[in-house]
Design a protein around this ligand. Structure first.
Ligand SMILES: *Cc1c(COP(=O)(O)O)cnc(C)c1O
Length: 466
């Protein structure tokens, strides 16, 4: 199994990025519950023929869709060790919990957070953002709200983020019982939140009797990779006494690259920071993380006494507080181990260099696009995301239809796999360079294949019109 997986990763460029599964393969997963045992080697064969070839393809260097990490063999091996240990890191007196605390201390060092900050591994930034919303809600209303519920409040808590904010922030307000309508979306200039409009929205809500409590800044927006003026937001939040949360899902780890770190200035002033090791950190899925400046507030937002979770100063029940005091999960795996291995084996500098390299490739792609009359760059390239389109003279809906079809054909070609987004009503081909395996070859492939398919589709469209 190990040999097969290492070969797979070594030769991954020879495979298609993605391919749709056949009916026969899908049928494999409609069999009856197996009561009888099977040979391990036989099941592994089935895995090789019917599962492994049909992943999303994010380990492949040609994958540029959404924002997915590529993983590493080191992470894979660490994941195997964690599974072998079968560690449950909800709490108790064990070193795996200490490994997680080590990652928290490293992240405090990287992001300039105090030693009293708390950190916790979660599935991903969606969950990390939810935790931040809950801690900030309790900071605004007092932790009694955990018992009384938010329906007791006579006013509405208001949160603010830019139009470019990830959808999981609205969902977090929903899950927290505050309502996604209480998230006010602030207009952007070039993808960055307009801070004057933000100040006006806050004043308006205060005048209406509502209670502003939270501003979410984004470090690396999902559509274009823009970074909000984090220092400016920090100033405003201090002045207005609001919680400052940063969604740095993939962008925060740009802090590892000395040439990119200055763009994140102000991140060190956040009250909480959510990010993923599984995106730009290349740690295998899943490995999200939340860092909270005031660790005690964080603990008070989740800790609940239970007789069967009583703490001691010695024995297995020592070592309080435990990870389960900082989030909703009790049983949880050992995500810290693959992260610890990744940092130690590769070193933070190499991780930062891979991040800087992705941004360099994005700039190269942008300049290739700008040199082509048939292509249009649709947004400034701030980090690693390039939004562009194949131009179609005439109606915008025709251009949109062509670009959507173009992306599907790129994906079906197996050569490169970008995804799409919509910017001001215009469909964009969106290439997010995240994978450390991606290099100049894939950039060339993306440009050449886009031109080839675009020309073909354009010719066919003209025929249809005739
Ligand atoms: C990916 C992403 C998220 C969601 O993170 P998950 O790890 O997928 O839950 C949130 N915000 C931004 C900006 C993202 O890029």
């Amino acid at each position: 199994m190990l040999d097969d997986m290492l070969d797979y990763l070594e030769k991954i460029r020879e495979r298609p990025v993605w391919q749709p599964a056949s009916q026969e393969t899908r049928a494999q997963f409609h069999s009856r519950l197996p009561f009888e045992p099977s040979d391990l080697a036989g099941v592994h064969e089935e895995f090789l023929s019917h599962i492994l070839p049909y992943t999303v393809g994010n380990a492949h260097p040609g994958f540029m869709g959404w924002v997915h990490g590529g993983g590493t063999p080191v992470g894979m091996l660490a994941e195997m060790l964690a599974a072998g240990m079968n560690a449950n890191t909800g709490g108790r007196n064990q070193i795996p919990v200490e490994v997680e605390r080590q990652i928290t201390r490293w992240m405090c060092e990287l992001f300039g957070f105090p030693a009293s900050a708390s950190g916790l591994f979660v599935t991903g930034t969606s969950m990390a953002n939810l935790i931040a919303v809950l801690v900030s809600r309790d900071a605004a209303l007092g932790s009694a709200v955990r018992r009384t519920g938010v329906s007791d409040s006579s006013f509405k808590l208001k949160a603010y983020a830019s139009h470019q904010v990830h959808g999981c922030i609205g969902r977090a307000l929903d899950f927290a019982g505050l309502g996604s309508d209480q998230l006010r979306l602030i207009p952007c200039d070039s993808g960055r939140m307009n801070l004057r409009a933000l100040a006006e929205a806050i004043a308006e809500d205060r005048a209406a009797g509502d209670k502003p409590f939270l501003v979410v800044g984004t470090a690396g927006t999902v559509d274009t990779g823009a970074v909000d003026d984090l220092d400016g937001i920090a100033n405003l939040c201090r002045h207005e006494q609001l919680w400052f949360h940063v969604d740095g899902a993939y962008g925060a780890l740009a802090m590892l690259a000395p040439e990119l770190a200055p763009r994140l200035r102000g991140i060190e002033r956040a009250d909480s920071l959510a990010f993923d090791f599984h995106k730009w950190g290349q740690v295998p899925y899943d490995a999200g993380f939340i860092l909270v400046r005031d660790g005690e507030l964080h603990r008070q937002a989740f800790a609940s006494p239970a007789a069967y979770l009583a703490r001691e100063t010695r024995g297995l029940a020592a070592g309080s507080p435990w990870p389960c005091d900082f989030g909703p999960d009790l049983s949880r795996g050992f995500r810290a181990l693959k992260t610890w291995f990744t940092f130690k084996v590769h070193g933070a500098a190499a991780m930062g260099a891979a991040i800087a390299r992705a941004c360099e490739l994005a700039r190269i792609l942008a300049s290739r696009i700008e040199a082509m009359r048939e292509l249009e760059l649709m947004a400034p390239v701030e980090l690693n995301i390039v939004c562009f389109c194949y131009r179609v003279a005439g109606r915008i809906d025709q251009q949109n239809r062509l670009n959507r079809e173009l992306v599907i054909q790129l994906q079906e070609s197996g050569a490169v796999a970008p995804s799409t987004t919509t910017l001001d009503g215009r469909v964009a081909i969106r290439a997010a360079i995240v994978n450390h395996r991606t290099d100049y070859r894939e950039i060339e492939m993306l440009v050449n294949e886009t031109l080839r398919i675009g020309r073909c589709l354009c010719a066919r469209m003209l025929e249809d019109c005739a």
